[in-house]
Design a binder for this molecule. Structure first.
Ligand SMILES: NC(=O)c1ccc[n+]([C@@H]2O[C@H](COP(=O)([O-])OP(=O)(O)OC[C@H]3O[C@@H](n4cnc5c(N)ncnc54)[C@H](OP(=O)(O)O)[C@@H]3O)[C@@H](O)[C@H]2O)c1
Length: 230
């Protein structure tokens, strides 16, 4: 069987890193785009340095990925992202803007560059990591929630736009995941009641392997026990 290829953004840690491992263990070619190379040396892993928030950097990185694969990209996982929290009058304007630059604009830049390759072969799957914050509001999280609602809007628009080209688009909405995401979040520490990033990676594996005429549009995942049992 022909080897399949996935591009993943943000692979240095967390959900992105665990997804790299799952796809490598299933013999896919994995291309990681991001600022920091993970400690993975595997013949099927290619890391391409990329600042997701910079369109020129994305153009160059995706061009390299295209040359390496002859344009045969099966899945794009738009994962790179971060959250900064604070009240509407407290959150520095530049933090609000940086979140949009990475979580929204960066996702659009990579997608815009990858879609022509998928269109050409009339198949592909774009999986966008939104969040529960893409479905609900969060106190002191208006900026982050706004970016993740935008990811939902982009995903819903694109699934309708691209389905006739044989391209699936799925938005994933995880609840809290035990990753470094919370390092910068005051008052919340990553803990075992949160989702395990390995399980989120397995969910992405499931989505990437759904049958051709099956289009998962929204995929919400939450921890069963978000709080410590009393
Ligand atoms: N953890 C949660 O509770 C949770 C819940 C729902 C959704 N999410 C979403 O899941 C995704 C992954 O988050 P995570 O929990 O795995 O967090 P994480 O452990 O902090 O990982 C975030 C990844 O995104 C990359 N990234 C951030 N800014 C970037 C940029 N400008 N250019 C390139 N790469 C960049 C990081 O790379 P660097 O090392 O270069 O910074 C890192 O690899 C994010 O979109 C996040 O919003 C997380």
């Amino acid at each position: 069987m022909k080897q399949k290829t996935i591009i993943i953004t943000g692979v240095s840690k967390g959900i992105g890193l665990e997804t790299v491992k799952v796809f490598l263990s299933n013999n896919w070619l994995v291309i990681g785009l991001g600022r920091k190379k993970p400690e993975i040396s595997h013949s099927n892993f290619l890391f391409i340095p990329c600042e997701i928030s910079n369109y020129s950097s994305v153009e160059i990185a995706v061009k390299t990925a295209k040359e390496h694969t002859q344009g045969q990209i099966d899945v794009l996982l738009n994962n790179a992202g971060f959250g900064v929290f604070g009240g509407i009058t407290d959150l520095p304007i530049e933090k609000w803007e940086e979140m949009f630059q990475v979580n929204v604009h960066g996702l659009m830049y990579v997608t815009r560059e990858v879609v022509p390759m998928m269109r050409k072969k009339q198949s592909g799957h774009i999986i966008n990591i939104s969040s529960i914050a893409g479905l609900n509001g969060i106190v002191n999280g208006s900026g982050y929630a706004a970016t993740k609602h935008a990811v939902k809007g982009i995903s819903h628009s694109l699934y309708a736009e691209l389905r006739n080209d044989g391209i699936k688009v799925t938005a994933v909405y995880p609840g809290s995941v035990k990753t470094n995401f919370f390092d910068e979040v005051d008052g919340i520490t990553a803990n075992d009641n949160m989702l395990d990033p390995k399980d989120v990676a397995e969910a992405i594996w499931y989505l990437a392997n759904t049958s051709p005429n099956f289009l998962p549009v929204d995929f919400e995942i939450r921890p069963l026990n978000p709080n410590t049992k009393k």
